[in-house]
Design a protein around this ligand. Structure first.
Ligand SMILES: [Mg+2]
Length: 127
């Protein structure tokens, strides 16, 4: 179906891992290395879903999420937080993030979370 996912993380290793994982799942993958880039590439590529790291240089994940949701309120965003960032996770959910996942996460759990969100969208459109 050619679904598009944007992966924003300042760690190259994580970007690579997730890029490979989602490409294998048939996704078109767009990468961003910081919050500012994530905002710009969301506007440019209109992804179906965004995986957003919390701690990034230039602009952190929460700020990037708020900007993205101002312009694209219905976009699916999953926030990736570190262990112990419960307050941040709460703030992210309040801002309109659909799910939060704590690093280090199980990649299969992440894939399932992404598929669930996207399938829920399809279901709502049909109903
Ligand atoms: Mg980070």
């Amino acid at each position: 179906m050619g679904q598009r996912i944007l992966i924003a993380d300042d760690q190259k290793g994580i970007r690579r891992l997730l890029e490979e994982l989602f490409k294998r799942e048939g996704w078109e993958v767009i990468l961003a290395a910081d919050g500012r880039e994530a905002v710009a590439k969301t506007a440019e590529f209109k992804p179906d879903i965004v995986l957003m790291d919390m701690k990034m240089p230039n602009m952190n994940g929460i700020e990037a999420v708020k900007r993205i949701l101002t312009d694209y309120g219905d976009i699916n965003i999953i926030m990736m937080t570190a262990y112990g960032e419960m307050e941040v996770a709460k703030e992210a959910l309040k801002a309109g993030v659909k799910e939060c996942i704590t690093k280090p996460f199980d990649i299969f759990e992440l894939v399932e979370m992404v598929n669930d969100l996207v399938n829920k969208d399809c279901h709502q459109k049909i109903v």
